[in-house]
Design a protein around this ligand. Structure first.
Ligand code: AMP
Length: 119
């Protein structure tokens, strides 16, 4: 699947659409999900144009992957949920239920997240 430069997260990255920013560095942006499913629900996205986890894991540089992984952990610690715990989720493709075609990781926390998979 080719990257769609008009997807909603691309438009957040280029400043067309505002977001409730939680964290930013030269490789990564994180913001609150506008439809939170738990007290903490943050989306972490790489600034590079990657459609999904599949694309990112295959095509991102080692530096991008390292920066992204470090940022996710740092954001969770900064949000104060590392001790109580949290869940990371990367919906990938149609069967994964991915809606926005720019790679992102959800961080859920601040309360028990519940069963791993429902339905
Ligand atoms: P998914 O692609 O299924 O992993 O989820 C996309 C997530 O992006 C959903 O949880 C949406 O609530 C969230 N979302 C979509 N548009 C925005 C936006 N403009 N600002 C914040 N969150 C968004």
């Amino acid at each position: 699947m080719a990257y769609d430069p008009d997807n909603i997260f691309a438009r957040i990255l280029n400043g067309e659409i505002p977001c409730d920013k939680v964290y930013e560095d030269d490789q990564v942006l994180a913001f609150n999900d506008h439809n939170p499913q738990r007290p903490v629900h943050v989306l972490v996205i790489p600034k590079g144009e990657y459609v999904s986890f599949d694309d990112f894991s295959a095509n991102a540089s080692e530096a991008e992957i390292a920066a992204f992984t470090r940022a996710v952990g740092r954001i969770a610690r900064d949000l104060g949920i590392a001790e109580t715990g949290y869940r990371l989720l990367a919906n990938t493709g149609p069967h994964g239920g991915q809606e926005v075609p720019h790679y992102h990781v959800h961080i859920f926390g601040g309360a028990p997240v519940g069963p791993m998979v429902s339905g």
